[in-house]
Design a protein around this ligand. Structure first.
Ligand code: SAM
Ligand code: SF4
Length: 364
């Protein structure tokens, strides 16, 4: 059977990836089984937490798909106080999450850059320098990235969203704030500074084909990234892209494609960290667990104070917006145990790929 040959190959080309992205039934089961085997062999059956703090929904950009874009006047804008962020970080530390991820809309004022720098100091002091810190704060200058890195941020997540420049242009306004080359430059700058670099794409976008998705996988491989967070595109009524909702694949098919993308990425990039994105759970209550079974090894429990969660709505049906942080922890723990994986409590769970590409054997 053609699938057996493909899954035994060391590398897959575009045509083969397109075939695998389209497979169903017994072939899909084989693909998922292979991805699970690769995960167990190269990184083990462990899942690491990144307590997600959605620090602010204020954004200078106007991405055509995103519910918190600056042009959406229906959003109540918020900005957590430093104390609220530190409290959330302490919650993660006390509950042995190992790491946090701070995410915001994109702001690049001097005040914002200084604030993050100071906040990193405060978080580290309050948590005995024991938490791993991921930032996802959009496009910034190399100097800004360096300042934050020097204060202890070790990972940075900046999705390319779509690695095809024509598709990227259809998802963003055509101006200097939404420039494909600039985004690429930022990813290169993050690498130069020394971060574990994460990127990712949305899956099931309007105008997107299986060929685009195959190219996305090959692009991530070529960029040799350390971490990936990718998930289904979920439409939001207050965004320009909503007008194309009739052209979208049904949500269940976008979900199915996202699982296949995760499995294929695990086969292509055996020792990177792959997040099981919350957007999966927006479609299927067991979405993240299904992603863990086919190769994902990172989960991002939301630890944003409950009062703000409803205002960080990137898309419809965002899950857990009503839960307090510890409810989330308990339900997640039980769910992950059901997958048969173990939770790496109190561990950073850094990308093994990052250490390997630097010939460094001290994995933390
Ligand atoms: N502002 C930063 C940035 O854009 O890199 C970080 C926060 S942004 C909200 C995080 C991610 O949310 C984006 O990279 C994008 O992929 C995802 N996102 C936004 N709108 C989405 C949607 N409608 N469906 C799925 N994911 C979405
Ligand atoms: Fe802002 Fe990020 Fe949303 Fe774009 S995806 S509008 S940069 S928060």
């Amino acid at each position: 059977m053609i699938i057996d040959n493909l899954l035994n190959k060391d590398n897959l080309n575009k045509e083969e990836l397109v075939y695998l992205l389209g497979c169903e039934g017994e072939e899909k089961t084989k693909l998922f089984t292979k991805a699970a085997e690769v995960k167990a062999k190269y990184i083990g059956r462990k899942v690491y937490f990144r307590g997600l703090i959605e620090m602010s929904n204020i954004c200078r950009k106007n991405c055509l798909y995103c519910g918190i874009r600056s042009g959406n006047t229906n959003v109540h804008r918020y900005n957590l106080t430093d104390d609220e962020v530190i409290e959330a970080a302490k919650f993660a530390w006390e509950n042995r999450y190992g790491s946090i991820a701070i995410q915001t809309g994109e702001v690049s004022t001097k005040e914002f850059v200084d604030r993050i720098e100071n906040l990193l100091d405060k978080i580290n002091k309050a948590t005995n320098h024991e938490l791993g810190i991921t930032l996802s704060l959009g496009e910034q200058t190399e100097e800004t990235y360096r300042r934050w890195f020097n204060k202890g941020a070790m990972r940075y997540l900046l999705r390319i969203e779509a690695s095809n420049r024509e598709l990227y242009a259809k998802l963003h306004p055509n101006d200097k704030h939404h420039d494909f080359d600039e985004r690429l430059e930022c990813l290169k700058a993050l690498r130069r500074v020394g971060y574990q670099v994460g990127t990712g794409v949305m899956i099931g976008l309007p105008f997107q084909t299986l060929e685009h998705l195959a190219d996305d996988l090959l692009w991530m491989q070529e960029m040799d990234v350390d971490m990936v967070g990718m998930g289904p595109y979920v439409e939001h009524p207050d965004t320009p892209l909503y007008q194309y909702r009739d052209k979208l694949l049904p949500l269940t098919e976008r979900f199915n494609l996202a699982l296949k993308m995760t499995a294929l990425l695990r086969i292509l990039m055996k020792d990177i960290n792959i997040a099981a994105p919350t957007a999966l759970q927006a479609i299927d209550p067991l979405g993240r667990e299904k992603a863990i079974k086919v190769g994902a090894n990172i989960v991002m429990p939301n630890i944003t104070p409950g009062a703000y969660r409803n205002d960080y709505k990137l898309y419809e049906n965002k899950p857990c917006t009503d839960d307090a942080a510890d409810d989330c922890k308990n339900c997640l723990e039980a769910r992950i145990q059901l997958t048969g994986d173990e939770i790496g409590y109190g561990e950073h769970g850094n990308s093994r790929h990052f250490y390997r590409r630097r010939n460094d054997t001290t994995i933390q």
